[in-house]
Ligand binder design. Structure first.
Ligand SMILES: O=C([O-])CC(=O)C(=O)O
Ligand SMILES: [Mg+2]
Length: 564
């Protein structure tokens, strides 16, 4: 385990070599003694700064930029220059900086990746170099790796195929692993599987940095992913591997293929499901309608939508419904409308959630050949409406008003990211429901006015879940990530809700509290792993201490010169 509490660091690097290493560089904060020991005099201006001074200098520069994309580029550059300072800045200003390092600006960062590219970070594994994966992994720099986030760039947020530019996502997710979950940056590794791209803007862009090839699919794709996972297991047998932003079919398929082979999960399927379930459990407390009586419409029946339905259904079963009673409460709507039994082209993960023909027999429909979302809301009268469609504006005024007509407190979560893809804006939902809706959005939005005061709408984003799941799993050396661990994460999140004591309060803790949320989620996840027999021999009463020992706080420790 990486020592996050070491009193000092020993290094053989000096001079420019030391300054050029983002994991070791302290910039102007190298002390006089260190400048003596590491030949740094003259390479730095003479005044020695503190970390706090460096943070305020960077914050000033950051705030002077015109656009968030410039801020994103500035922060990425800082991350590649001095990681301790980057994380000190991030941890101290989560609310302000998360929307830049992460959603929504990271989406633009992926789209502009080839233009912003400066220094290498993480690993680009491309099909032409498939045979070299072991050798790439072998570099000593990666000895400490414990957490990997991998994407193939095909479904970047709601922005579609971004090819190699998708690398921005693993980098952003891992920034939260450290910034919120406390994992030491040296233990994290972002990976982009470059299997080509079908995005013609990338393919025709002379500056595109990825492999200029149409996206490889089928057996060759599967063989490449298999080579990747096998090499990961060989090099880091106890690693945590997070799959991120894979397209609909691959997401669930790869998860099913690998979830019993290593400690792994898919954030879009399971992380998003846990944050949606946790927020829903908090909302149920407020509306007073028990979970067993909720009816849930989900727009977007892809891997994320079906993942959400699975976890909420499991929570309904925990609350006393039978499997079939719980299943009947879901209305999954995709491109061809409501999923109904016998529909052609259903995928294996959609099949468990189709509505019975009999159940919809008496429905009044505008177009019986395609049962749209408005039809579903008018006829099924759902209490909950969740969007993971990637389609802006699909929670239209008639849809939202229909939700408000049949519910005193409709629960409405437009979860698609980034901000530009949200199914509806909080301001509109607030107006169309006369302020009665319980709202959760995937991306950050400006505060709305509620009861004459500013109200910050809950950001129902998997950032409330994955840093804690990773921290908890790694702290106890979990061999697998189970569905039970995600349920534990969802319940831990719901139990942090301020709305439990006052229904006017937020459903979720604020983004500024994400470090505390991650620690709490980690504890619940680790306890669950222990109960399921998935942990190495960690005594239950040591779990809390294990978690806290793993949380790294960005600060400078003194350096000593390694003698050779
Ligand atoms: O990255 C985010 O903000 C949430 C997420 O996983 C996605 O939208 O794919
Ligand atoms: Mg994602």
């Amino acid at each position: 385990m990486f020592d996050t509490t070491a009193a000092f660091v020993t290094t053989g690097r000096s001079g420019y070599e030391l300054l050029a290493d983002p994991q070791l560089n302290k910039g102007t904060a190298f002390s006089e003694t260190e400048r003596d020991a590491f030949d740094l005099h003259g390479l730095l201006p003479p005044n020695v700064s503190t970390l706090d001074e460096q943070v305020s200098r960077r914050l000033q520069a950051l705030r002077s930029f015109e656009t968030d994309l410039e801020r994103y580029a500035f922060l990425r550059e800082l991350q590649d220059t001095n990681e301790t300072l980057f994380y000190a800045l991030l941890v101290g200003n989560l609310e302000e900086l998360l929307p830049i390092v992460y959603t929504p600006t990271v989406g633009a960062g992926c789209q502009q990746f080839s233009r912003l590219f400066r220094k290498p970070r993480g690993l680009f594994l491309s099909i032409p170099h498939k045979a070299r994966i072991d050798r790439i992994f072998a570099q000593p720099r990666f000895d400490a790796v414990e957490a990997i986030v991998v994407t193939d760039g095909e479904r970047i947020l709601g922005l579609g195929d971004q090819g190699a530019g998708g690398m921005g996502i693993p980098i952003g997710k891992l920034a939260l692993y450290t910034g919120c979950g406390g994992l030491h940056p040296a233990t994290t590794l972002p990976i982009l599987l470059d299997v080509g791209t079908d995005n013609s803007d990338c393919l025709t862009d002379p500056l595109y940095v990825g492999w200029r090839h149409e996206r490889v699919r089928g057996q060759e794709y599967d063989d490449f992913v298999e080579a990747f996972v096998s090499a990961v297991i060989k090099r880091w047998p106890r690693v945590l591997l997070q799959w991120e932003d894979f397209a609909k079919n691959n997401a669930t398929r790869l998860l099913e293929r690998y979830r019993d082979r290593l400690c792994t999960f898919n954030d879009d399927v399971q992380g998003t499901a846990a944050v949606a379930t946790g927020t829903l459990l908090a909302a149920v407390n407020v509306t007073g309608v028990p979970l067993t009586e909720q009816r849930v419409a989900v727009l977007g029946a892809g891997s994320a939508g079906c993942g959400i339905a699975s976890l909420i259904r499991a929570a309904m079963r925990d609350a006393g419904l039978s499997e079939s009673e719980a299943t009947a409460r879901f209305y999954m709507v995709d491109r061809d409308g409501l999923l109904v039994e016998g529909m052609p082209g259903l995928t294996s993960f959609q099949l468990p959630f189709v509505q019975a023909r009999k159940a919809i027999e008496g429905w009044k429909l505008d177009h019986p050949d395609r049962i749209g979302l408005l039809d579903v809301v008018r006829n099924a009268r759902p209490t909950v409406l969740i969007g993971v469609s990637g389609q802006a504006g699909t929670f239209s005024e008639p849809v939202v008003r229909a939700m408000a007509e049949c519910n005193g407190r409709p629960i409405i979560f437009p979860l698609s990211n980034p901000t530009s893809r949200a199914e509806a804006t909080p301001v509109d939902i607030e107006a169309w429901t006369e302020g009665r809706a319980l709202i959760g959005v995937g991306s950050p939005f400006p505060p709305i006015t509620r009861g004459g005061a500013r109200f910050k709408v809950d950001q129902t984003n998997n950032s409330y879940i994955f840093p804690g799941v990773g921290l908890g799993a790694l702290a106890v050396g979990a061999s697998r990530v189970s569905d039970g661990m995600f349920m534990a994460a969802a319940k831990a999140l719901a139990s942090s809700s301020a709305a439990r004591d006052n229904p006017k309060h937020n459903l979720l803790p604020p983004v500024s509290a994400l470090r505390e949320v991650a620690a709490k989620v980690a504890f619940a996840v680790a306890i669950q792993a222990h109960q399921e027999g998935l942990t190495a021999d960690v005594p239950i009463d040591r779990i809390d201490q294990r978690i806290h020992a793993k949380i790294w706080t960005p600060r400078y420790v003194p350096y000593r010169r390694k003698m050779d």
